[in-house]
Ligand binder design. Structure first.
Ligand code: FES
Length: 111
């Protein structure tokens, strides 16, 4: 796969239809806790642990228009594109994972 280093691997998570439009689901892959979000036919994956106080972002709300995921605990929202928080109290970015959608399946790229 172009642009993906040889040290990374692609892991099959689920069928596309197992994640509803506008929702988020948590997966754990090789110790990586990952929040996978679907917005229409686009899929995004960011680290599931809030960088502020270690709460699960996949329990928060998807802001589809903004392409952000809100931490339910204190309300920071994180960009699904960059992983950066867009408001306080969180100040540090969470990891962002590349996604691949192929043959109706959703896969995540783990470095
Ligand atoms: S734990 Fe997420 S904003 Fe505080």
């Amino acid at each position: 796969m172009e642009g993906i280093s040889e040290l990374s691997k692609t892991v099959d998570l689920c069928a596309k239809d197992e994640i509803e439009n506008g929702s988020v689901r948590k997966f754990v892959v090789d110790g990586h806790e990952i929040a996978v979000v679907r917005i229409e036919d686009d899929f995004y994956a960011i680290g599931d642990r809030c960088s502020h106080a270690n709460y699960s972002l996949s329990e928060g709300e998807v802001w589809a228009e903004e392409k952000e995921l809100e931490c339910w605990k204190h309300g920071s929202t994180f960009s699904l594109v960059t992983g950066k928080p867009t408001c306080l109290p969180a100040t540090k970015a969470v990891p962002v994972y590349d996604m691949v959608v192929k043959g109706g399946r959703v896969l995540v790229v783990i470095d």
